[in-house]
Design a protein around this ligand. Structure first.
Ligand SMILES: *Cc1c(COP(=O)(O)O)cnc(C)c1O
Length: 224
């Protein structure tokens, strides 16, 4: 068994049923994705439009791709035809552009709203009020299905900070689920919480993540 296959098997044994593993393959070659594919992995995460499109076109068609990187609206046509989900919607401008693209292409695009939970300003995402605003605005996004929230915790060894940030996300998620007079954007599809990476996925599992996005643990260090 290759290292990649072994890592996938170990993770699959560790994740509770119902938790989806996104194998984050950004910066790694197609050959490594095929190794994971050979070990049964079907869901992969990519963060750069060009790289993603090239890999998606070359690799098996039954792979489910999650786009997890910052997405500029001029790159939508590379990403949206190939992605099963865009986890990293981080601005209203992007959400509206995806909706327009979906409308023009006869598709409904599954997305998560990225919630800025980390202390690092360099990380992307909405703040709490912006997300509540989108969810309760009453504005119709006919070609976008908002499936939940995504977040990235601060990169720190302090587990209590990470845990607190994950709890911020689950608290907002629960608040939205419990809205008394939900806006039109509140649908049964709003059901997913994506958080947890290589260094913090165990905390994420304890805090109720149902999508974890793991790269380094599976594929090794990335060469940027
Ligand atoms: C790169 C990346 C990951 C995976 O990070 P690892 O530390 O390699 O597990 C997860 N989520 C997002 C948004 C990323 O950009």
């Amino acid at each position: 068994m290759t290292d990649i296959a072994a890592a996938i098997a170990r993770l699959k044994g560790e994740l509770p049923s119902g938790v989806e593993l996104v194998a984050v393959s950004k910066f790694h070659p197609a050959s490594m994705i095929l190794e994971a594919y050979g070990a049964g992995q079907r869901v992969f995460g990519e963060s750069r439009p060009q790289e993603f499109a090239a890999k998606a076109d070359e690799l098996p068609g039954d792979i489910e791709w999650h786009f997890i990187g910052h997405l500029q609206t001029n790159k939508l046509k590379l990403v949206l035809p190939r992605a099963a989900m865009v986890e990293s919607v981080d601005s209203l401008h992007l959400l509206e552009a995806i909706d327009r693209w979906g409308n023009g292409n006869g598709k409904v695009v599954d997305v998560l709203l990225e919630y800025h939970i980390a202390s690092e300003e360099t990380k992307q995402g909405f703040d709490r009020d912006e997300i509540l605003g989108i969810m309760s605005s009453g504005r119709k996004y006919g070609n976008v299905r908002i499936c939940g929230l995504m977040g990235m915790a601060t990169y720190t060894d302090d587990a209590s900070v990470v845990r607190m940030e994950f709890r911020k996300l689950t608290a907002l998620f629960d608040e939205i689920k419990g809205m008394d007079s939900p806006g039109v954007n509140m649908t049964p599809a709003f059901s997913r919480k994506s958080f947890g990476m290589t260094h913090d996925y165990r905390i994420a599992l304890e805090e109720g993540a149902d999508i974890v996005r793991i790269g380094t643990l599976i594929f090794g260090e990335r060469n940027y």
